[in-house]
Design a protein around this ligand. Sequence first.
Ligand SMILES: [Zn+2]
Length: 170
Amino acid sequence: MDSLFAPWRFSYLVQGKAPEGCIFCAALTSSGDDDRLIVYRGRLNFVILNLYPYNNGHLMIVPNAHLRSPAVSTAEQRAEMSELAVAGEEALREAYLPDGFNLGMNLGRAAGAGIEQHFHLHIVPRWSGDTNFMTVTAGTRVIPEDLGVARRRLRDLFLKRLGDDARGGA
Ligand SMILES: [Zn+2]
């Protein structure tokens, strides 16, 4: 279904460029996917590794549009976000053999959102014995795996499942 009412599109036109200070918008418009830890670009959302991960393989699915909540996103955006989340779960299962996952969003500062103006879905692989979900997106940890290595592993697994992304190539 086509959405005629798209307030995010309007604000984008008014501002004429990505909002300053938003790391997701900056990552999206950069040319260095490797440096920015972008794993995969869909049509309406992209997948990025968390620079301050809770665990190895901590992914985020982020809409291309600078939106503060799913409530102002379109059904199409949300549908693709769900597809990418499923691909993320599968890719992480294959890469890291986790015992479980947390998927969730923090909307608003009070809920622990680090970047509250641009909503995103966290996908965090979990292993038996690590701590509860409340600490997942609020705190940070030191992670042994190099993020560049993780990015390449996961990108290959996304490409295998979904084919070339919006950027194409590797
Ligand atoms: Zn943004």
